[in-house]
Design a protein around this ligand. Structure first.
Ligand SMILES: Cc1cc2nc3c(=O)[nH]c(=O)nc-3n(C[C@H](O)[C@H](O)[C@H](O)COP(=O)(O)O)c2cc1C
Length: 340
């Protein structure tokens, strides 16, 4: 259900390739996030006119199926699944997605070639997450419908290139012709407007939605995000897979181990199998892994997810004149008032 009144007023302001690709009202995508984005969050965002994504990365195939089925009951609007491609039982996840006829899949952490054609054979829209212009090009060649370009500010696993969103978005825009979604450090209408000016046609937002009522993350983790200030996050474990998290006791242990130049195996043992769950889902703020983006320093409130979509959208509309990317005319200067 869309918001009434003023919120619906500007719903066609950015009717572009992203809104058309997914059949949504606003090009605002809630990122798929382990231990945070289940059916409640995904359906709330989709009901508000954005695109909600279920994060399959922390779900066994049967759990994923339950979330998809509950999401279908909670919304009649499009939603998707985020699927990190590196999991050993990925084939089972794929089978669930196909059987449940999920309309959109965002793949990440792997080769876009591996599953894109399979999904597309079934009429599923495929988007791949990249952290460089080179991989954006590879994804386009693999036949994806769009790319998410995620900068170094982002919460969770990061690209090794360490390219910030500000540098990444224009580089990817120049490298590919398919629709482009910006991610990393976006939590406000101002930031979204900046991304559109850089050539993005939509935004994927993670950290802001962690602090929503519907996110499945533990309340202690949500409060830690609210209390985080500038400089409280860092990208660590570069020897394994770089990840941005809140500096805590666990991080200090990683730092100490790295200063002793421990082997990758020892680091893997320190990380263990359930650190992320322990921190983000069970709320162990000392020993758990607390993945979140730099923008956490700006997040001050836990709100309903639909309110977050509305806030970002209304703020965007209040920026009356801007550079924005339209469907076929990138970088055309358009007075925003014409659309709102
Ligand atoms: C708690 C958390 C978990 C995440 N889990 C995943 C994941 O499972 N798969 C994925 O592709 N990205 C994951 N990400 C990255 C997000 O999808 C998104 O690209 C990122 O959060 C955007 O940057 P932002 O946090 O500054 O909004 C995660 C991010 C966070 C904060």
């Amino acid at each position: 259900m869309l918001f009434e009144g003023r919120f619906t007023e500007g719903k066609n302001a950015f009717d572009n390739r992203i809104t058309q690709l997914f059949g949504i009202s606003y090009p605002v995508i809630q990122a798929g996030m382990i231990w945070a984005s289940g059916w409640r969050l995904a359906s709330a965002v989709s009901n508000a006119g954005g695109l909600g994504l279920i994060g399959a990365g922390s779900m066994y195939p049967q759990v994923l199926r339950e979330h998809i089925q509950k999401c279908k009951k909670a919304t009649d609007r499009p939603f998707g699944v985020n699927l990190p491609l590196l999991y050993p039982d990925i084939g089972q996840h794929v089978a669930v997605i196909l059987e449940e006829k999920v309309p959109v899949v965002f793949t990440s952490a792997g080769n876009p070639k591996s599953w894109t054609s399979k999904f597309k054979e079934h009429g599923i829209k495929v988007v791949h997450v990249v952290s460089s212009a080179r991989f954006a090009k590879k994804s386009q060649d693999a036949g994806v419908d769009a790319v998410v370009a995620e900068g170094f500010e982002a919460g969770g696993h990061n690209g090794r290139e360490e390219t910030t969103t500000l540098c990444l978005i224009p580089a990817v825009r120049d490298a590919v012709t398919i629709p482009l979604i910006a991610a990393g450090g976006i939590a406000t209408g101002r930031a979204m407007m900046a991304m559109m000016a850089l050539g993005a046609e939509g935004v994927q937002i993670g950290s802001r939605f962690v602090c929503s009522h519907e996110a499945s993350s533990h309340i202690a983790f949500k409060e830690a995000v609210i209390n985080a200030t500038e400089g409280d996050t860092i990208v660590t474990m570069k020897q394994l897979t770089p990840v941005r998290l809140i500096k805590n006791e666990f991080y200090k242990q990683v730092q100490e181990a790295e200063s002793k130049c421990v082997s990758t195996e020892e680091l893997q043992n320190l990380l263990g199998r359930a650190r992320a769950k322990q921190g983000m889902f069970e709320g162990d703020l000392n020993e758990g892994e607390l993945e979140i983006g730099q923008v956490s320093g700006m997040i001050k409130e836990i709100k309903p997810a639909g309110e977050i979509v509305k806030e970002i959208w209304m703020s965007l509309l209040s920026l009356r004149k801007c550079h924005l990317r339209t469907k076929y005319q990138p970088y055309r200067f358009v007075p925003f008032t014409l659309f709102s």
